[in-house]
Design a protein around this ligand. Structure first.
Ligand code: SAM
Length: 351
């Protein structure tokens, strides 16, 4: 093993900060042996903070209308081949209710950037969920909004916000998004969210078009400095009705290595094993957990909505990622030594 690789591994195992070059060396040397070493250390680290507990979040994909036109995303506004839908206020509360009965104590409201959901409507919704489910955490993932909007939603009772930065390289951001979208604004939104007091999540797709190892290393440097409470990563998966329809998907191996690195960089991180990971490999979600993830986000949306919220091709919408599949998910987690827990699952500083 070359010395810089050995040094980088040792620093990571001690949870010490790495340089851009050291992250890049780890990523360039992705091998089964390296993944095994880092996954074993990530597992031990996670157990120190969380034992064998896996947190579940009930995902409610409440609108697939989006005014953005991200080149990778199946719900981009230029895709005229999907049926658009919005769940009503009552539909969303009913999803929460079903989820609550099954043991969910976090609801994640995610959607395209849909101007129909004004601050007023979202505040009403968050207020109602907060009042009806006082022991639950409310996570929002609504994309870019103003500081004022984020503040009002926080005051209404939202606890967490997920906004993937998508890439920490500005020129790469420009290759994934139209000119109407701005890297600086996205990064600024993340800073605002954290300053307001949200448990804040950033993240990126693994293997997105034009991504290089240097760019991934920049993502890790950004996360190291920003210190988010959650990080969502999953492989890029092409969608037939996007400009990236013929691009290669991200790989299982790269995603698993990155999960282990993230766990070791920030031991208390809330780190989901994503649906996208479960899409590219049959047991992808279990492998994500074994690599160091500690969150799974089953889908509480109605079946028709799940099908239409098609960010990428072959997104599963009838199996273990649904509320109906919870029992089988629970068994699969037990089989690999983990326990799904009925708990808000806050970032340790927030409990
Ligand atoms: N509109 C919100 C936002 O912009 O954060 C939330 C919804 S957005 C569809 C959620 C995430 O899906 C994005 O941040 C992106 O990383 C991921 N995503 C979109 N298209 C994808 C694809 N083709 N493959 C994998 N992930 C994708």
């Amino acid at each position: 093993m070359n010395t810089i690789l050995t040094k980088s591994i040792h620093k990571l195992l001690r949870h010490s900060p790495l340089t851009h070059g050291e992250f890049a060396v780890l990523l360039k040397n992705n091998s089964e042996k390296l993944r095994k070493v880092l996954a074993a250390a990530a597992d031990e680290t996670r157990r120190k903070y969380f034992g064998n507990r896996i947190f579940i979040r009930g995902l409610i994909e409440f609108t697939n209308y989006c005014h953005n036109n991200c080149f990778y995303c199946g719900i981009r506004c230029d895709n005229k081949n999907i049926k658009r839908y919005r769940l009503t206020h009552e539909d969303i509360l009913s999803c929460c209710h079903q989820g609550y009965l099954s043991g969910f104590r976090t609801f994640v409201l995610q959607g395209g950037e849909d101007t129909f959901f004004t601050d007023e409507k979202m505040i009403d919704l968050v207020t109602d969920i907060r009042n009806r489910f006082p022991d639950c955490a409310i996570t929002l993932s609504l994309g870019e909004r103003s500081r004022n909007s984020y503040r009002k939603l926080f005051n209404a009772g939202a606890d967490r916000y997920l906004l993937r930065h998508e890439t920490a390289d500005e020129s790469h951001y420009g290759m994934l998004h139209p000119d109407s979208m701005s890297y600086k604004n996205r990064m600024n939104c993340l800073k605002e969210l954290k300053a307001i007091g949200y448990q804040t999540g950033c993240g990126f797709m693994v293997g997105s078009p034009f991504q290089t190892t240097e760019m991934l290393a920049a993502d890790l440097c950004f996360i190291q400095d920003f210190r988010p409470h959650m990080v969502g990563i999953g492989p890029f998966i092409s969608h037939q009705n996007t400009p990236f329809s013929d691009r290669k998907n991200g790989t299982l191996e790269d995603t698993l290595l990155l999960i282990s690195i993230l766990r070791l960089m920030q031991p208390a991180l809330l780190l989901p094993s994503t649906t996208a990971l479960g899409t590219i490999a049959e047991n992808g979600r279990e492998l994500g957990i074994l690599a160091g993830a500690n969150v799974i986000m089953p889908n509480l949306s109605p079946a028709s909505a799940r099908k239409q919220y098609s960010l990428y091709d072959n997104k599963p919408c009838t199996g273990e990622e649904t509320l109906q599949g919870l029992q089988s998910l629970d068994e699969h987690m037990k089989n690999i030594g983990f326990q799904i827990t009925v708990d808000r699952g806050d970032f340790p500083e927030f409990t």
